[in-house]
Structures are given as C-alpha cells and as structure tokens.
Ligand binder design. Sequence first.
Ligand code: MRU
Length: 351
Amino acid sequence: MYIRTIDWKNNKIRLIDQTKLPRKLAYLDIDNLKNLWQAIKIMQVRGAPALGAAAGLGMYLGIKDYPGSDWSGFSRRLNKAAGYIASSRPTARNLFWGIERICRIAENNKKQLIPKIKKIILSEAKKIMREDMVSCRKIGACGAKLLKDSSTVLTICNAGILATIDYGTALGVIYRAKEEGKKIKVFSCETRPLLQGARLSVWELHQKGVDVTMIADNTAAWLMRNGEIDAVIAGADRIAANGDSANKIGTLNLAILCKYHKIPFYIAAPKSTFDLKIKNGHSIEIEMRKAEEVSKILLKKDIAPFGVKVLNPAFDVTPHQLISALITDRGVIRRPYFKNIRKILEREKCV
Ligand code: MRU
C-alpha cells in the first residue's frame, strides 16, 4: 500500500491525521493557517521533514488571500505567517528551514507581481515535498549498505513515512534494505509518552510487510544484553555542526546503551535537518509539552494521582561521541563530524 503523509489537493493541505492511527487511516484537509498551527501543535502532523513540508505549504496558506498588490504589505503578511508557524513547535530544524526557504524565494522575486509571487511560493512548497521524496530514498540507499542480511534493527519514535512525505529516514533505511532483498527484523520502542512507535512505526512497518515487534521502551537494554540487536537507527529533529543530534526523548538512553553493548548507533536525517549555525547540541531548544501527555495514557486515562508534578521534555540530545555515523542524503558521515559534516553536506549526490 502506498502511503502519503502530506500533499496539496484542491487548494488545501491534505494530511494523514496521525492522532487517529492506528485505529483509523483518516485524512484532514486544511485551508487556513490557524488549523495548520493546531495540527502541528497536537501532532496530527509531526516528524521533522513532514513539518518542513507543512511549513512550506502553510506559508502559502498564510498569503494566498492577500488582496493587495504591494510588496511591502505582502511581505508583512508573509512575515506574520512565518512567525505564527514558527511558534507551533521549536525543536525540528526542518520547520524553520521550510519557512526560511519560502521567505527567501519570495524575497528573490519581490519585483514580480503579487499573483506571480504567490504562484512561485506554492511551487516552492511543492518542491520541498518532491525533494523530500528523493532525499529519503537517498538516505535509504546510503543506510542500507550498513545493514547485513538478517540484521535486527531497533528504532524509536517514528522516523518513517509518517514523519516525511512517503518513505522515511530511519525507516527508509529499513525499507531500502528490504527492497534489496535483505531480511531485516525490527524492534520498535513504543515511545512514551505519545506512543509514536506503537501507533505509527508499528502501523506503517506492518503495512509495508516488515517483520516488526513492539517493545516497551524499558525492554531495550534486555534485548541488547541478550545479543538481539545489531544496530539502532533513529531519526533527528535537529543536528548541530558538531553532530550532536536532537531526537525524541529516550533516544539518548538508547545511544548510551549501544555504547555499553558495542552496538552501532546511527542517526538518519536529510540535509534540511542540519543546523550548522549552532556549534553543539546545548543550543538546541527542547520543547516542553503538557503534563497530561505523561499523566494520562493518550491524554485520556489517568495513570497518576491528580495534580502530580510531571516533567515532559519532547526531545533529548545525543552527543556526537555516541553516534557511530550520520546517514544522510549526501552520504554516510563519520568522525570527525565537525569537519566531515560540512564536507559531505556540500555534495550533490549520495555516494
Ligand atoms: O514529537 P515528534 O513525534 O514530532 O518527534 C519526531 C521525532 O523525534 C522523529 O524521530 C524525528 O522528527 C525524525 S523524523 C524523520
């Protein structure tokens, strides 16, 4: 089954409502910025590259009804949309990258008539989606070389189709290895608190015919200790110039466990997730989310005494020292990261 997370259809953003999975594959049509902001906030759409695409299309929603013909008013409207989308979630670099890309293309074309600029913005937003489809396949091709036949991979959160347009980063590596005829077994961490592993990764891997077994997050060490895991592959929300990588909370635990058990720990992400303006992971803003995500199961059933204190950071940062390699759409990057990230990201092709 072909699954597409986000698209532009009938003048609206069409996306899979990820809060409904795995019970129901339902789509959401969004025609205004407020609803897009809400969809990002409550994670109807989520995952760094999908957020980049949502941001691009959202920028178009923000300006498409601008009635004027003057650049200054138009650019104020554009900046307002940019600030609004940027306020939805802080950590994924791709969200900001998508916004910046649209602002840049608009600025570069500011001499054009406003209807033409609107067209250019929409076409750039569509280009972001097309590029992601290609990038993820390149990540898959680069990463699959690291997996031997009959490997068992552990993953966390969802860095698959549902976090991108239609292929995935970490899970893209698994899909590619499978396409190459390798037998790959996957363990998916359920990923508390919002269970993206259980609800999303297990669902899509299952749809794609991958041999997947779900585990509670705290089962990972036991599996590694028993020699069951050959590699861990996770996605990333933002990668600093030195390779420090932010990803779903719990990723750091896995990286530390991998170090102890001498298991390769890989981060898979496109160039658009890298933030070379920040030197290291200390500068990555970690989103803090509401207590109910932890104190209730899926925001519904209480599992803790009413009013209990809760801490709910959505991401953690894995220091580059714990990362065996970064699997990107330009190639596999190994240490020294600071030097090699710059060098390899400049390449046009995956090698
Ligand atoms: O809070 P989420 O579900 O948006 O977090 C997503 C992740 O941490 C993903 O692993 C990451 O964005 C990589 S997606 C290819």
